[in-house]
Design a protein. Structure first.
Lengths: 124, 148, 290
């Protein structure tokens, strides 16, 4: 299976296991979109450590996931961007605003905790 | 030519193969990191254009060995209707998505040489090359030559 | 008489090769003697010279016989690999090969001098082959030296861009000296690797020791900062000279986006704050572009 999605409390953790075809990326987007609503997730972590290429399509799709999730009340953090991939993305000048990143899962969960705690402070 | 690797591009699953072959060849040639990733990413962009805009085409990967340097040539070919406005295609649009979403401008930034020919009659050929000097001395010699 | 020059040369070569093999012991000694006289290979002991001389002699004669320089090239490279670390220099290697060529030539001369016409033909066969051998050995040696120099430069570069872990989650990369493209590339790889290995949250890149950088390298620096960001680490650039600051501005880098602090000390304090070691007034969540 190329992507495993686990639930940890209020969060969804999507682990990408191998290089994905475009179709698989779109499937991931669909699945996360559904799940966020289903389980009322407050945060999503997408682990891209297994991706050794992140091109414009993947970047667009990640942005799309982030925006859709936000509309449904969840923040998204991308983790595990590999060094070479980071260099490629920067040299490519992929538009990266809006994407939250963290080094690894622990960092991502800590970040989500901070972010969702802030939301609570909003008085919703 | 000996050493050439061809990947038929008919569906998006073929992009996975094209990326993998590109990376493998780059590593075999001895490209240091992060070049194999840069090359694979550029391949991904041009191969996707073929799938999305034409549906069928080919990626040719060719290793080049010269005295002072080695290189990898990527030739992405399709027989579609051609890109009408090349200039727009290569420009970054305001949102930074890379003109018309084609990602060609990004691919160009990742490679050392980039050439594109596109007509309605013969389709589109994108030729991209990445080079590495074999060693420090070759690099210094090349720099000296460039300075004249 | 119609003679195929090739056949003639090749059969002559066979003959002189047989002769050189026959006289192997004495010719090799003669050669070793002349090497000492010329004060070459001073770094090697007599036993070493003798054993290498034996191998070289045999390979030399083999090359004469087969005409194949591939085997010779391989041998020459291996030999070079052995003797370069000993400090043997290029002029010594060329010197001894040329001496061998001469010792053998004189010996052939002595043998065939009674028949000048035959001698001429022998030398016609011998000379081009011997010269090709000399060139091959010389070039192999030089190429091997270049390879070694490259390796050493690579190591030097690695040593000179150390990424240090100041505290947990906090790395510092002090850069000193000339920063060129190659070094900048290596620097990026090392830094990003260290961010991953050490799970760094903050990196301080100190360029107090760098006087000036060109646009390419400045670009590289900016890309390094951005790439670090993508891996979840914040970067603080410290020690910018006014010249470098100007270069960055000219490049269109929004210095407001990049955290820069004038001096290293200030940078470290800021870094500790960011990494959570001091009171964080403003813990900015991990935006990919801030």
């Amino acid at each position: 299976m190329s992507v495993a999605i686990l639930r940890q409390g209020d969060y969804l953790i999507a682990s990408i296991r191998s290089d994905l075809s475009d179709t698989q990326v779109l499937e991931l987007r669909e699945e996360l979109s559904e799940l966020v609503g289903e389980v009322r997730a407050r945060g999503i972590v997408i682990d891209v450590a297994a991706l050794d290429v992140i091109d414009s399509f993947v970047a667009r799709s990640l942005r799309s996931i982030v925006m859709t999730a936000r509309l449904r009340g969840a923040e998204t953090v991308i983790v595990g961007i590999q060094p070479d991939v980071a260099i490629a993305m920067v040299q490519f000048r992929l538009n990266l605003g809006q994407l939250r990143v963290a080094l690894d899962l622990d960092e991502a969960l800590a970040l989500l905790d901070r972010l969702t705690r802030r939301d609570v402070g909003d008085g919703r | 030519m000996a050493g050439d690797v061809r990947v038929a591009i008919n569906a998006d699953a073929d992009l996975v193969e094209a990326r993998a072959e590109g990376r493998a060849m780059a590593e075999r040639l001895g490209f240091p990191r992060p070049d194999p990733t840069l090359i694979a990413t550029a391949i991904s962009e041009v191969a996707r254009n073929i799938v999305v805009h034409v549906g069928q085409g080919e990626i040719l990967l060719r290793p080049v060995e010269e005295a002072d340097r080695y290189g990898l040539v990527v030739i992405a070919r399709d027989e579609g209707a051609g890109i009408r406005d090349l200039e727009a295609a290569l420009r970054d649009d305001v949102s930074g998505r890379g003109g018309l979403g084609l990602g060609l401008s990004g691919a160009r930034r990742l490679m050392d040489e980039f050439d594109i020919e596109s007509t309605a009659d013969s389709g589109t050929i994108v030729t991209m090359k990445k080079w590495r000097m074999r060693d420090e001395l070759a690099r210094l010699r090349a720099e000296r030559r460039a300075r004249g | 008489m119609d003679r195929e020059p090739d056949n003639d040369a090749s059969s002559l070569l066979q003959e002189l090769v047989a002769y050189l093999r026959d006289r192997r012991t004495e010719l090799r000694e003669e050669w070793a003697r002349r090497i000492s006289e010329a004060e070459l290979l001073g770094v090697m002991s007599e036993e070493e010279i003798f054993s290498e001389a034996t191998e070289v002699y045999d390979n030399y004669v083999d090359a004469l016989e087969t005409g194949s320089i591939e085997t010779l090239r391989t041998y020459a490279r291996e030999l070079s690999e052995r003797i370069i670390p000993r400090g043997v220099e290029t002029h010594e290697v060329l010197g001894i090969v040329l001496l061998l060529r001469d010792v053998l030539a004189r010996s052939l001369f002595a043998r065939y001098q009674e028949d000048p016409e035959l001698l001429n033909r022998i030398l016609d066969a011998y000379e081009p082959a011997a010269n090709r051998i000399a060139v091959t050995v010389g070039v192999s040696f030089v190429e091997e030296r270049e390879r070694v120099i490259n390796e050493q430069q690579e190591s030097l570069r690695e040593l000179s861009t150390p990424v240090l872990q100041l505290r947990e989650r906090l790395l510092i990369l002090p850069i000193i000296g000339v920063l060129d493209s190659a070094r900048a590339r290596q620097l990026t790889e090392q830094l990003l690797g260290a961010i991953q290995d050490k799970r760094a949250r903050v990196v301080v890149i100190d360029i107090t020791g760098v006087a000036t950088i060109d646009r390419t390298v400045a670009n590289h620096l900016v890309q390094t900062v951005e790439a670090s960001r993508l891996m979840g680490a914040s970067t603080i650039l410290t020690g910018l000279s006014s010249e470098i600051a100007q270069t960055l501005v000219d490049l269109g880098v929004d210095l407001g986006m990049m955290r820069t602090v004038g001096d290293l000390q200030g940078g470290l304090e800021e870094a500790e704050r960011l990494a959570g070691y001091r009171d964080a007034e403003d813990q900015t969540p991990g935006d990919a572009e801030s």
